[in-house]
Design a protein. Structure first.
Length: 199
């Protein structure tokens, strides 16, 4: 495989991921790395007038794409050292009433390493405004435990997208393999069936 160009169709990868994650193939969208997914999907969904909530601190690429590339209005959900950089779910629920277009949550968070348990975060998502889309970055989810992913939740939800990278837990950074998991409608709204011809 490494002696030829990458395939222009990600159907084989899509099938394999869907089987492994126990979701429908229509709920998986492969990408050439999580940066590919972040740049293309967020640019497709958002405009300069979009309002986005971002954990702070968190993975810096999100602020770069949202503020410098797209030019959205980004508000920070500050995490404090005094609280161990933990996400206060009650405070988050209150802030979410501001009806953002997108909320980005890296879980476990980078660089803090703090994790919001699946059941707790799922409860926050269920109680949140349906018009708000949630982008849950689970690049480090495998380190939190085998049942901590929200992929099945996202596959059945109209407003939750999970972004998964295979570069950390699977040590495949050079392969540039990642994918989105969401409802079929959300996948269709994420630039079609493939974010990148090499995905």
């Amino acid at each position: 495989m490494i002696r030829t160009s990458p395939p222009v169709d990600g159907s084989g990868l899509t099938r394999a991921i869907a089987r492994a994650r126990r979701v429908a193939e229509e709920c998986i969208l492969p990408a050439a790395g999580s940066s590919d997914a972040i740049f293309l999907a967020l640019r497709h969904w958002l405009r300069e007038s979009s309002r986005v909530l971002l954990l702070d601190p968190t993975y810096g690429e999100y602020a770069h794409v949202l503020e410098r590339v797209i030019g959205c209005e980004v508000q920070r959900f500050r995490l404090s050292r005094e609280d161990g950089y933990c996400v206060d779910s009650a405070r988050l629920r209150s802030v979410l009433l501001n009806n953002y277009d997108l909320v980005v949550i890296v879980n476990p968070n980078s660089p803090t390493g703090r994790h919001v348990p699946r059941a707790e975060l799922g409860s926050v998502l269920v109680d949140s405004p349906q018009a708000t889309r949630f982008w849950i970055d689970e690049t480090y989810a495998e380190y939190a435990g085998p049942d901590e992913s929200l992929e099945a939740f996202a596959a059945a939800s109209p407003n939750v997208v999970v972004c998964k990278s295979m570069s950390k837990a699977y040590a495949l950074s050079g392969v540039r393999a990642a994918y989105l998991c969401a409802s079929p409608q959300s996948i269709a709204e994420s630039c079609g069936r493939s974010l990148h011809p090499g995905a």
